[in-house]
Design a protein around this ligand. Structure first.
Ligand SMILES: Cc1ncc(COP(=O)(O)O)c(C=O)c1O
Length: 355
């Protein structure tokens, strides 16, 4: 049977046999009573890696961001975030629906940053007319901004602005290990002076479920209550945590390989007439390419997908799956399970698609 090369997202990974064995033999307990040994171990391990006091296992990155922002922002206060932030675009408006948190969206630049001066001028003055600005959130790596990693100094600068103004800084680090690998820094260096972070076990780390949030003891105390209120207390969560521990111990090298595969893919796409990609943007495992304007070859692909009404749209061609995220703009994501051969095959399929 021909292998399916699924490049839609790094969330599609399936657990390896070794990971499944680890899950099967996990010692379990009731985590709502804080008695699951695997969950406790994962939370301690995660906190140590992130350079924070405590960790908390949550079912998803979305819940991690929501639980964290609900700790930092009271109802009717405001959070500053990028207009392409996952929390703003893809989390069903949870912070506003469940927390009554007002969002102030500022432009995300192509490298995922938000201009520092724009952040400063978006902070509200103390006046009855305005919501209080309570927090800022940054995304690292930035999914919709070419999977770009944010630099440690930029994060420190934003943390300083936040704290100078009695605000908190939350990091959506769904792919923070991708950022650390791309920049060749310790994950902790990406979290200096930040108040909280969410990272996902179920993306580049290839575990089936789960995210961990980390922060101070006091932050996690409140986050735990928010998690319970949202239905995220998971009883024998060790089934998930065991896979997470395995991921942290074994999957970091995979991320490097994923980045190399994304580079190779991007270089190959760059050579296909009719497609366009900016190689400068490719730093991690997410890449976007476009149809090159005015080229007959690219027009063919554009015609094939032109009547789409809902994005992202899944393109399937010769067992290669990827997303068109908006008209003429396509996303490919490398991850565990995707080999160098798969990359070469994908390049052949893309070449045929514009032919
Ligand atoms: C940057 C970012 N943050 C948060 C999430 C949410 O993670 P989950 O799908 O586990 O809710 C995602 C998911 O793709 C993401 O890309």
């Amino acid at each position: 049977m021909n292998k399916i090369i699924d490049l839609r997202s790094d969330t599609v990974t399936l657990p390896s046999d070794e990971m499944r064995k680890t899950i099967a033999s996990a010692k379990l307990g009731d985590d709502v009573f804080s008695e699951d040994p695997c969950v406790n171990k994962l939370e301690q391990k995660a906190a140590l890696i992130m350079g924070k006091e405590r960790g908390l296992l949550v079912p998803s990155g979305t819940m991690g961001n929501l639980v964290s922002i609900l700790v930092h922002c009271q109802r009717g206060t405001e959070i500053i975030l990028g207009d392409k932030a996952h929390t703003f675009v893809y989390e069903a408006g949870g912070i506003s629906a469940f927390g009554g948190v007002h969002s102030r969206q500022l432009t995300n630049q192509t490298d995922g940053t938000i201009d520092i001066d724009e952040i400063k001028s978006a902070i509200r003055m103390d006046n009855d007319h305005f919501p209080k600005t309570s927090a800022i959130t940054l995304e690292n790596t930035h999914n919709l901004c070419n999977g770009s990693p944010l630099l440690p100094d930029y994060i420190k600068d934003v943390a300083q602005i936040a704290h100078d103004n009695d605000m908190k800084l939350h990091i959506d680090g769904a792919r923070i290990f991708n950022a650390a690998v791309a920049l060749d820094v310790d994950v902790k260096d990406l979290l200096t002076n930040t108040d909280s972070v969410t990272f996902c076990l179920s993306k580049g780390l290839a575990a089936p479920i789960g995210s961990v949030i980390c922060g101070s003891k006091e932050f996690i105390y409140h986050a735990r209550r928010n998690r319970k209120a949202l239905g995220g207390g998971m009883r024998q969560g060790g089934i998930i945590a065991a896979a997470g521990i395995y991921s942290l111990d074994n999957m970091l090298d995979q991320i490097k390989e994923d980045h190399e595969n994304a580079q190779r893919l991007a270089e190959g796409i760059n050579k296909i007439e009719g497609l366009w990609i900016d190689l400068e943007n490719i730093k991690t495992n997410i890449l976007y390419f476009d149809i090159e304007k005015g080229k007959d070859r690219g027009e063919k692909l554009a015609r094939q997908t032109k009547n789409i009404e809902i994005y992202p749209f899944e393109i399937v061609q010769d067992n290669v799956h990827f997303f068109e995220s908006r008209p003429g703009h396509f996303r490919l994501v490398t991850h565990y399970g995707i080999t160098r051969d798969d990359i070469e095959k994908t390049l052949g399929v893309l070449d045929n698609m514009v032919n």
